[in-house]
Design a protein around this ligand. Structure first.
Ligand code: HEM
Length: 374
């Protein structure tokens, strides 16, 4: 079948869908996006999906490189991020040529060196909240992400209940993260303005809109990664050491990248692998597919942090995206994850389901109960 809107020199393959034109894959996308992506990937390095708009999905290193380095062609505004009020603004929807100078203003606050002073304060705040007995990793990880963001952006002064209420919809199933919430956003904007005026934390240095975007982009991503990392630290105690944690985190992010799909809108027609992709198409890259591809990774489904002691494929590992738009909070997230893991001695996996469940980001499907070992 020829994709309407995608002028192909040869027809772009598509996984099974309904005969509903550009809505062909919407029900499967809503119900089982990972299976749909895997079925598409089996058809070739690029494939088409009808998601209300025609979308072209790719996962090869070359696709990732092009999509993430050519900011003139691949635009963020008008992509999937614009569908949720949480990610529709600030640096996320700023495109070239304004993106670069804006990032240059924000980057210094998020460099690894700039975070050194913050580490001790985050450790102290998390030590106070260390579980004393059996605990559920998802709930505790959510608390860690909220507390760490609160300490970084507001010196811990943002009312905890208000922050939790603002961030909660991000972790709910679709369509909850997409609903506009004007009253909630207005209330949080007022509170952020108060914190900025009082000169608290990072908020004092950043535009208010960037504070909101940072909180939203950094919450569920960090929380889900930490829940999985704790579970795997319990299952693979050999890696639960200060030297092992960085590799354990990398491997957790390989198998379970919270940002399992990234999207752009193409500003001008382009050709990829013999397909013509017209202006205004939606294009998707998928860290989930790239990270599990057998051409790029040996035994891709095995949890094996030692693979990061060797070379990793260029543009084949992108849990934080890549290029100029690489995650602003990458070093912050890594620091929080390492501090949180380091609070624990031996851990015991009690019961749980670590398989991924897709929502706005990828999350563990079920509760993950851990015990504190001897
Ligand atoms: C493990 C945790 C995290 C993961 C896996 C993650 C993942 C990502 C990914 C994949 C992107 C690129 C999206 C794209 O361009 O397609 C991104 C961008 C971004 N992230 Fe993160 N993120 C995490 C934590 C954080 C934290 C803690 C913050 C803030 C403190 C943050 C703030 C941002 C921002 C502002 C952007 C947009 C950057 C731009 O467009 O220039 N993220 N993140």
């Amino acid at each position: 079948m020829r994709l309407k809107g995608v002028a192909a020199r040869r027809p772009l393959p598509q996984p099974k869908g309904y005969p509903w034109g550009r809505f062909a894959h919407l029900p499967r996308w809503a119900g089982e996006p990972l299976a749909l992506l895997e079925e598409g990937a089996a058809l070739g390095p690029v494939f088409g999906l009808g998601l209300g708009r025609w979308a072209v999905v790719g996962y090869s290193p070359e696709w990732n490189r092009r999509l993430l380095t050519d900011l003139e062609t691949f635009r963020s505004k008008g992509s999937f991020s614009s569908l949720t009020p949480y990610l529709n603004g600030g640096i996320i929807t700023t495109d070239a040529p304004k993106h670069k100078p804006k990032r240059q203003e924000l980057n210094p606050y998020f460099h690894a060196k700039a975070l050194v002073g913050l580490k001790g304060r985050i450790r102290a705040a998390l030590e106070e909240r260390r579980p004393q007995g059996e605990f559920e990793a998802n709930s505790w990880a959510s608390l860690v992400a909220q507390v760490s963001l609160n300490v970084a952006y507001f010196e811990g002064r943002f009312p905890a209940g208000e922050l939790a209420r603002f961030l909660a919809p991000l972790k709910r199933p679709f369509p909850a993260p997409l609903w506009p919430r004007p009253l909630l956003f207005a209330q949080v904007r007022r509170r952020v303005a108060q914190m900025r005026a009082a000169g608290f934390g990072l908020a004092a240095h950043l535009p208010g809109e960037e504070v909101l975007i940072g909180l939203a982009a950094g919450y569920d991503t960090t929380a889900h990664t930490l829940a999985w990392a704790l579970w795997h630290a319990a299952c693979y105690p050999h890696w639960h050491t200060p030297e092992g944690h960085p590799l354990l985190i990398k491997e957790t992010l390989r198998l379970y990248p919270p940002g399992f799909i990234g999207s752009r809108r193409v500003a001008q027609a382009l050709e990829f692998d013999g397909y013509l992709i017209p202006k205004d198409s939606l294009v998707l890259y998928s860290p989930y597919l790239t990270h599990r591809h057998p051409d790029l990774w040996e035994r891709p489904l095995a949890f094996d942090p030692s693979r990061f002691q060797g070379r990793i494929p260029a543009w084949g590992y992108l849990p934080f995206g890549g290029g100029e738009r690489i995650c602003l909070g990458m070093h912050f997230a890594q620091m929080v994850l390492e501090v949180a893991l380091s609070l624990f001695g031996p851990l015991e996996p009690l019961r749980g389901d670590p398989q991924p469940r897709p929502g706005l980001t990828l999350a563990p499907r079920g509760e993950l109960w851990l015990g504190l070992g001897a």
